[in-house]
Write a new protein. Structure first.
Length: 152
């Protein structure tokens, strides 16, 4: 019985995570969107402390006031998620860089990409993410986000 419940719970968690990330914007730095080529690219930065300890452990999310998670989703003109390849980095205002390592999560028709980051309190970060589609067309998502240790 437990083996049957776990996959259902995992699917429920992933769906709930997506809904939380795109619904409760004030708590998780408001979901944002940019039109890049033929795609709508949705992105949000979420403090890792938003997730409780059990959920973070189950899904390999490192919690801490200096850690966050980037969520990126790419939709076509029909608002259907499309698989892409992502690579990128972020830099603070001093030019110190971190490479972003994205992991793809698929749930039904939803596809999104998650990457962990580390940050200082009140640090402004500049993100540069290259998105390559199945036709080998690359677009660049650029945005800036100020990060706080208290979860603002």
């Amino acid at each position: 019985m437990l083996k049957l419940i776990r996959p259902i719970w995992d699917s429920f968690f992933i769906l709930a995570l997506v809904l939380v990330l795109f619904t409760f914007g004030a708590r998780v730095h408001a979901e944002q969107k940019q039109r890049l080529g033929a795609y709508d690219v949705h992105y949000v930065v979420v403090p890792s402390t938003f997730f409780n300890k059990e959920i973070a452990e189950r899904y390999g999310i490192d919690r801490g006031r200096d850690r966050a998670l980037i969520n990126v989703s790419v939709l076509n003109q029909d608002q259907i998620a499309v698989p892409v390849s992502l690579e990128g980095d972020m830099a603070n205002l001093l030019g110190q860089r971190q490479t972003l390592v994205f992991r793809e999560v698929s749930e039904g028709t939803a596809i999104y990409y998650l990457a962990p980051i580390r940050h200082a309190d009140r640090e402004t970060l500049r993100f540069s993410i290259r998105i390559t589609d199945a036709d080998n067309i690359t677009e660049e998502l650029k945005f800036q986000q100020q990060m706080f240790w208290d979860g603002r």
